[in-house]
Design a protein around this ligand. Structure first.
Ligand SMILES: [Zn+2]
Ligand SMILES: [Zn+2]
Length: 421
């Protein structure tokens, strides 16, 4: 008989016995296929090595210019933070804030949190208040968008090459390396092993009475709750609404609170803003030959007609297709779940996973505009400014991300449970 620890799937709430992984491998939910956890040998040491390298690259990447533009012998350059400042002084503080948070603050928080947790463990000490830092890491993860920034830089380079000669800066290569190492660090970091090393798990692993209570198929039906941050399974107490995880301190709930209402609220706000985001100009270019206002779509058309059709396709997918499909997909998930449909449970869970994964790529256009605004500032010759649609568009991306985060995929499977009786 399998005597592994009891764990609950975070996407369908099914209770399962943990199969111990000795070598490299991934443990998946036997019902919905969600990744329960991933095991690498010496995962924490590898995560630490990657992260320390990332911190060095991050410092270099922010100290040197990303790209320069040479016009009539003058070289105009910008760093990432310089580009953020240019947007801010232009009055585009919502976009400046969004770019600062997603490309500087959140990646920094992610790297420092991993280093904070792993350096002491490596020196055989316990990190102080690991619970708070672990939650910070969990919070920062979905919002760090270095990989999207890289693609944005490339698109901006192609657009700039039409205006003047472009000089790629040191930071461009540094950020590309940073992107790969951040992904490696994130993949190697195993929260499971972290908590095992910290030792907090002995106190909070389900005791015999919890295991006895686990008579039903799902955690909720067995009176258990999973921590959405660290995955620990705990017994549902009488005060469900004030419960917090004994291991990492995150707020505990059987299902995300008011999931449908909140998802709808974010979704409707996103749909409303999707209209100005596509109708209004996203970028104003003024030059000697007059001024030109570009919408998102006309930017795609421009890339297409100027011969950069691979980039035109990428920008079209990221900025027009993804936000629209994402809104429709979440709407489909919420409506079908509210109607307690038991059809296509696995496929709907898969749609949810894809939606969570691809939404961030819509930020592409925001990054392209950021770099263009920072570099094309030749008062007499040409100036590029961000238009009002940029703010609306940034809001659509953030709102659809919030909508996806508010939706609880376990609700999809709850309909199945109640039908089984
Ligand atoms: Zn599952
Ligand atoms: Zn927890």
């Amino acid at each position: 008989m399998n005597t592994g620890r009891l764990i609950a799937c975070h996407e369908c709430d099914l209770l399962q016995r943990e199969a111990p992984l000795t070598g490299e491998g991934v443990l998946r939910c036997c019902r919905c296929g969600a990744e329960l956890y991933r095991h690498h040998p010496d995962s924490l040491d590898r995560a630490l090595a990657y992260t320390l390298t990332c911190i060095v690259l991050f410092v270099i990447g922010n100290a040197y210019p990303i790209v320069g533009l040479s016009v009539n012998g003058d070289l105009v350059q910008t760093t990432l933070l310089g580009a953020v400042r240019a947007l801010y002084t232009d009055g585009m503080w919502p976009i400046a804030g969004l770019v600062f948070v997603t490309t500087f603050l959140m990646p920094l928080m992610q790297m420092s949190a991993i280093a904070y947790l792993l350096v002491p463990l490596r020196l055989r000490r316990l990190p102080y208040r690991a619970d708070i830092v672990f939650r910070m890491l969990h919070l920062a993860r979905p919002w760090g968008m270095t990989e999207v920034l890289i693609l944005g830089m490339l698109v901006a380079l192609v657009k700039l090459a039409h205006i003047a000669s472009v000089v790629p800066g040191v930071a461009l290569w540094t950020f590309a390396a940073l992107m790969l190492l951040l992904a490696a660090a994130s993949a190697a970091f195993d929260p499971h092993e972290l908590w095992q090393r910290i030792g907090g798990h002995s106190r909070s692993a389900p005791g015999p009475e919890e295991l006895a209570a686990a008579s039903a198929r799902t955690a909720m039906a067995s009176g258990l709750m999973t921590c959405h941050s660290c995955g620990l399974l705990t017994k549902t107490g009488p005060h469900v609404h004030e419960a917090s995880c004994p291991r990492c301190g995150a707020h505990l709930h059987e299902r995300k609170p008011a999931s449908f209402a909140r998802t709808w609220a974010f979704l409707i706000a996103a749909m409303v803003l999707y209209i100005p985001a596509n109708m209004l100009p996203v970028m104003n270019t003024s030059s000697l030959f007059g001024s030109e206002k570009d919408t998102i779509l006309s930017g795609v058309v421009y890339l297409w007609t100027s011969g950069s059709w691979p980039l035109a396709i990428i920008v079209f997918i990221a900025s027009i297709a993804v936000p629209m499909l994402k809104i429709l997909a979440i709407m489909f998930l919420v409506i079908s779940t509210q109607r307690r449909s038991v059809a296509l449970l696995q496929q709907r869970t898969r749609i949810y996973r894809v939606v969570e994964l691809v939404g961030r790529w819509s930020m592409l256009d925001i990054y392209v505009i950021t770099i263009l605004v920072a570099l094309v500032q030749f008062n007499a010759l040409a100036t590029i400014q961000a238009g009002p649609a940029a703010v609306a568009f940034g809001a659509v991306v953030v709102l659809t991300m919030f909508a996806a985060m508010s939706f609880d995929p376990r609700l999809i499977w709850d309909a199945n449970e109640s039908n089984h009786g």
